[in-house]
Write a protein that binds this ligand. Sequence first.
Ligand code: SAM
Ligand code: SF4
Length: 330
Amino acid sequence: MIDPFGRSVTYLRLSVTDRCDLRCTYCMSEKMTFLPKRDLLTLEELDRLSTAFITKGVRKLRITGGEPLVRKDVLNLIDSLSRHLKSGALDELTLTTNGTQLKNHAARLARAGVRRLNVSIDSLIPETYARVTRGGDLGGVLDGIKAATDEGMQIKINAVALKQDNADELGDMIEWAHGEGHDFTVIEAMPMGEIGEDRFDQYIPLSLIQEQFETRWQLTPLAHRTGGPARYVRVEETGGQLGFITPLTHNFCEGCNRVRLTCTGQLYMCLGQEDNADLRAVMRDNPDSDEALASAIDEAISRKPKGHDFVIDRPGSAPAVPRHMSVTGG
Ligand code: SAM
Ligand code: SF4
């Protein structure tokens, strides 16, 4: 799949639910209204859609949400999709998770061939973690990470930089992560969905965070890119890898290789734009053949835009896109 700007689309992020057992302050409002369960794609439909993308050239599939591990039976989907790893059609099957349920599922994920996980933690101070997640238990997440590591999985820690909650703690978090053998990525808060707070109060540009790191460590830029929004450096003092996801201060779209499918079957060709394609309707109208689905995917890819228009420059500004990250799948 090649888009109009010559970018090859080889990466699908699949949201399996918009629900979550946490309510991170930058992601959701305290009282979120979730989709009725009957609107969600069934596991069979998620499998059929993923397989259609793999047939069209997707090599990497990331399961996300909401919190993917709160969806009952998601492990059955992962088990089923692992056939594409075994056949060689897929290079990587992976997950982004908040880690709260990881302890229970690590062994089965490893058996299905999941080798790497992204785990989101925004603070290693239990009280701060509980405040940012509105009630999360940090200890349970750390137990989950240990269980996954014991199963041989590689962990990358993701943290959103938050001016008031963790901007001063990120350096310590990175030293902890690198000491445990985990890569670390810092993410700039993106203006997606109403959260009941002003993002201007949360947002801190990663250029400031990077300046702060440069007074602490020597950072060596690494050449490799993943077709994603991250730039990577090596922290010489820890030997670990550090990524910066900077949608606002640096536009990351020129090498974009990914598309996102919501848990109701809408394909978003860009995280920061509203245009989407309703693949659920096409799939349900054509129960016996995937031909129409393949054409709908081609048509959608031909509309993949050049990039997003995110900006957080004024107090009180409305989100750039009305949907939450938990809908599109972060
Ligand atoms: N629940 C899982 C988790 O937290 O890892 C997966 C879904 S979550 C939407 C995926 C990632 O998006 C997390 O790392 C989260 O911190 C990040 N995220 C959510 N809302 C965001 C926002 N408005 N700006 C930047 N990152 C955001
Ligand atoms: Fe849930 Fe992940 Fe959003 Fe936090 S960032 S509320 S864990 S979906």
